[in-house]
Write a protein that binds this ligand. Sequence first.
Ligand SMILES: Cc1cc2nc3c(=O)[nH]c(=O)nc-3n(C[C@H](O)[C@H](O)[C@H](O)COP(=O)(O)O)c2cc1C
Length: 487
Amino acid sequence: MAMNQRILDGSGETSTQMLHRLTSYEPGRDWTAPQDDPRVLQDLQVNDLARLPWFFKRYPQPLPRIALPRDLPGTVAPAIAVLAGTAQVAPAALDLPQLSRLLHLSAGVVRTMERSYGVHPFRAAGSAGGRFPLEVYVAVPNGVRLPPGVHWYDPLEHALVRVGPAPRGSAPAVIITGVPWRTGWRYRERGWRHVYWDAGTMLAQLLALARSAGLPAALYTCFPDMTLAALAGADRVHELPVAVVSLGEGTPALDPAGPAAAGQVDAAPVEFPLVTAAQRAGERRELGLPWDQGAPADVPITTPATVEAVVAARGSQRRMDSTRGLPQELLRTCMSVAVRGVGVPHRVVVHDVENLAAGVYRWPNLRATVRPGTLRGELHRICLHQALARDAAFVTIAAADISRLDDREYREAQLAAGLAEGRLHLAAYALGASACGMTFIDSEVPQLLGEPLDALLFTCVGVPDYMSAAAGPPGAPRRVRIPTRRS
Ligand SMILES: Cc1cc2nc3c(=O)[nH]c(=O)nc-3n(C[C@H](O)[C@H](O)[C@H](O)COP(=O)(O)O)c2cc1C
């Protein structure tokens, strides 16, 4: 870890550590209530339908649009082999149909639900609370087989909207931004954590989709924030640069050749000063190194299901069958592929897994529990009485000592936790199980784990009680209803 960058306010806390503390849940305070601290917005009424944020960014002025191809190219490599890094896929060049596949199956609207306030769009990758706070751009330099320019991805119409001139650089790149108000409307300042969880979840799909098609894809989470914000037309308050995926050889094309068109994330977005400070504290001026993909995972390939088939079938499971457990091999495969290249430690709480005693394990050590015992009741309580944490076969916990992380590393750790969550999801569905991301009461986690770690994200994996409706194709999302949950 790099040297911590402490803010000099005498507390010895960085901006992100402060945000983490002030957005931590504790018993006795409802999750919708703010902590009593002037740095947290006190007068915001959360979940106020009269102020429901827009689901997507809007551009008031007419801008050039390119409809993306709706016939998506298929792949053949098994999703598990792709996630494990063992799939043999011939290299391919990025063209418009391939880009169309990447965007639809990671960020496109694939399902819709009628709600009291209108139609709620659901995207291809999960999002905490269904808030979907991410925006996606594609930066295309001159001289590649794609329309040059900086394009905003319209996830409903499945189109590229040109918001800026072709950037300087060699490789086309996908840029992810986050809109804190869209998720903060429900989760307050904690929504900033969700932006990074959701980005990781979505990137798990984007990277797997690219690798399954033989496209080069490199993830960058250290980049010049101001440059990236200027490229996407993000103001760094209501829209924040989060991650970059380069889709070609050479430097990603991130250097703006002119201003981006001004868009709006909402009619009246609310600023969370704590979030702005936490984001700004981690800003950098240079492009860092791409993430290491990690060593290939030695796991059995027992199903031919492709990445696109798994993405189409996935949906966060709302009911798991607590009377049935899962094979140990499934747990090993899910975890092995989920944490490839991810530095964040993981613990696994086993409820019902073949030949494993119930209790807490320190992945990858499954030889002995660090805390034996049936913890279904405890997990139920720690996860705000959400039944999935009790009914799952196992629950994974990404946890870190955040006192050792600087403000950039904190962002990266949250994103890494989301990346592992997204891969767990894909692996579980590929293997016939199901999964769901899960929030938690922060203050209860050290006692659960028996060590002083800060929880980043939980994921429940278990036997599904029903199958999700398959995702709809580009431009034709499937209409679905809310599955009932267990209490
Ligand atoms: C990071 C993350 C955290 C989540 N946390 C919870 C949770 O605490 N409880 C829950 O029921 N669902 C949780 N979910 C599932 C979302 O509600 C779900 O992804 C969203 O409604 C979209 O539905 P879909 O995943 O079926 O497409 C979480 C999802 C993600 C990605």
